[in-house]
Design a protein around this ligand. Structure first.
Ligand SMILES: Nc1nc2c(ncn2[C@@H]2O[C@H](COP(=O)(O)OP(=O)(O)OP(=O)(O)O)[C@@H](O)[C@H]2O)c(=O)[nH]1
Ligand SMILES: [Mg+2]
Length: 400
């Protein structure tokens, strides 16, 4: 149901008095035409990435592994450990301030686009059909997705239709609503104590897998955890070198093989070592080449299958990294990888270089998968926990 239809239903008498019927029809007609055009553009965007077709075998082996289900089920009763770093930041007002500043700077491109757009639309204007249309368009352009854009404009119309609204009021309203949606997915990566937690990191080429592992390893190492990193992207020698540098920075143990060696075998070897050394957290980096799709996906399936021979509950986490600059394309990446592995959470990177921060809302609306962290820069400290309120306020360019 379109937002206009909803407004018509909920505010029927109010609106009918104010808008002549023929105007309503013509506005609705032009809105529908625009929407069809927009949807065609979004569809084109989403399918720009060639679809990776998993073989039935792979899907079944990964998803329908009864041992994995059992492991997850019993895992529910284990005590989980929340990251201490976030708690520290929350308690220290100075830290919190600088953390928020960094987030704001990182999201500057996205928030500027929205703030300026809202300012232009709402300057000395009542909230009418035209302004709502323009706002909906702006939100879609900021990658919040057609669904969220429609919902947000309808909610705004419900409260403020035909009233004078200031741009800042609109941004505050949107931030509140966005926060409500994001709250459901803003969840830290929770570790199970006294075991080796295996974190498998997957994703399309260049989305930030290796960098994210480096940043996460550093954060957990600062919290006193024993870390190991396995370089299971064995295609390129450079990939291993890059990861080794990250491992050194965070004082993590490092497991590598020769170039082109079997990634699953290397992951198995790393897990064996990690268990023997009572490592708290084993990160497994994987190759993300789009051009070798089938091969890559089979390799991913094999890594999971092989490490489960050693421990059926592994991997405890399977994280998918998404590059925010790809916008709506990220949605199709989630769909593809969800078919291959049980994605337990998302990391959205490169929010600093993109005006597409709204993608987090699209992802939350469509998949509801936990978002553990966001990347706001290339440096080791540029990975932040994902906090709904802070993110929504930053996205709307609101002051703290
Ligand atoms: N600006 C910015 N750059 C990032 C962020 N995360 C990663 N990068 C950069 O993105 C590029 C690719 O990152 P990698 O970590 O190598 O990505 P990958 O997924 O491991 O790539 P492949 O191994 O080739 O599949 C590097 O230049 C990183 O520095 C981020 O949050 N912000
Ligand atoms: Mg890599």
């Amino acid at each position: 149901m379109g937002w206009l239809t909803r407004i018509k239903d909920s505010l029927l008498s109010k609106i009918k008095k104010k808008i002549p019927k023929k105007d309503l029809e013509s506005v609705e007609k032009s809105r529908l035409e625009k929407k069809i055009k927009k949807e065609a553009v979004v569809k084109k965007e989403v399918y720009k990435t060639e679809k990776i077709e998993p073989t039935i075998d792979i899907k079944e082996k990964i998803i329908k592994d009864p041992k994995k289900k059992e492991g997850t089920f019993f895992g529910l009763f284990k005590k989980k450990e929340k990251p201490k770093e976030i708690e520290k930041i929350k308690k220290d007002p100075e830290k919190k301030k600088s953390w928020f500043q960094k987030l704001k700077t990182g999201l500057f491109k996205s928030s500027e686009k929205i703030s300026q757009g809202v300012k232009k639309i709402f300057i000395n204007k009542k909230l009418d059909i035209e302004t709502l249309n323009e706002l909906e368009e702006l939100l879609i352009m900021a990658d919040l997705g057609p669904m969220a854009a429609e919902k947000l404009t309808a909610e705004l119309a419900n409260e403020k239709f035909d009233k004078n609204v200031k741009p800042v009021e609109v941004r505050e309203f949107l931030a509140k609503k966005i926060e409500e949606t994001l709250e459901n997915v803003a969840k830290p990566l929770v570790l199970t104590p006294k075991i080796t937690n295996v974190v498998l990191v997957v994703g399309v080429n260049g989305t930030g897998k290796t960098t994210t592992i480096g940043k996460l390893a550093n954060q957990y190492s600062n919290e006193g955890k024993k870390i190991m990193i396995a370089a299971c992207d064995t295609f390129r020698a450079a990939a291993t070198e890059q990861l080794e540098i990250w491992a050194q920075r965070s004082n993590a143990e490092f497991v590598k093989g020769s170039q082109g060696c079997d990634a699953a075998g290397l992951a198995y070897e790393a897990l064996e070592k990690a268990k023997a050394k009572k490592i708290d957290l084993l990160f497994i980096d994987t190759a993300g080449r789009v051009q070798n799709r089938t091969e890559l996906m089979e390799e991913l399936a094999k890594i999971i299958r092989v490490i489960r021979k050693l421990d059926p509950e592994c991997p405890q986490h399977c994280l998918l990294t998404l590059d925010a600059t790809t916008g709506q394309n990220a949605l199709s990446q989630v769909e593809i990888f969800k078919e291959m592995a049980e994605i337990s959470g998302l990391i959205v990177t490169k929010l600093d270089g993109s005006a597409k921060g709204g993608i987090l809302l699209s992802l939350a609306e469509k998949f509801g998968l936990p978002v553990h962290a966001i990347g706001v820069g290339e440096k080791i400290e540029d990975l932040q926990s994902f906090e709904a309120k802070e993110f929504a306020d930053s996205l709307m360019g609101l002051e703290k």
